[in-house]
Design a protein around this ligand. Structure first.
Ligand SMILES: [Fe+2]
Ligand SMILES: [Fe+2]
Length: 151
């Protein structure tokens, strides 16, 4: 049986937090340049959910006695670079990049939920995030074919 220790849980939550902060930067960059209104609305809605995720992870890490990663810290520079590099890309390329991030988040949250055995509060939080990421992935998957046809 695998069971994450408290230190490993804090480490995993900080990994999630950095990914969420990077996602916020990516969605912000894309919301500024995506031309189609209906897409922008969807991207903004996801963005605000990711901001909530980052806040909740920060709070949980503090409750567990850990040191949460900070927005704009060195750790999220990768997210800014991705956001900047892709800001000029076509809408469909942005959506694919975003779907890739959501797919990774679904895998990470699922693995952590499986491996945390004695911290029900953290598991509940991660289950909620997983549910949100699955909705984001579903929405992105639905947008991509139509955007691809527009070319
Ligand atoms: Fe998220
Ligand atoms: Fe998401």
């Amino acid at each position: 049986m695998k069971a994450l220790s408290k230190e490993q849980i804090i480490e995993a939550l900080n990994h999630d937090l950095i990914a969420e902060l990077s996602a916020v930067e990516m969605y912000e960059a894309h919301a500024k340049v995506i031309p189609a209104d209906v897409i922008v609305q969807g991207v903004r809605a996801i963005l605000s959910v990711e901001e909530g995720h980052a806040q909740e992870l920060t709070k949980r890490i503090e409750e567990l006695g850990g040191e949460p990663a900070l927005p704009g810290g060195v750790a999220t520079i990768a997210g800014r670079a991705v956001g900047a590099a892709s800001a000029q890309a076509r809408t469909v390329e942005m959506l694919k990049l975003e779907l890739g991030e959501e797919q990774q988040a679904i895998k990470d949250y699922s693995a952590q939920i499986a491996d945390i055995v004695d911290d029900e509060d953290t598991v509940r939080l991660l289950e909620k995030h997983l549910q949100d990421e699955m909705e984001h992935a579903r929405w992105l998957k639905a947008q991509i074919p139509a955007q691809e046809e527009r070319g």
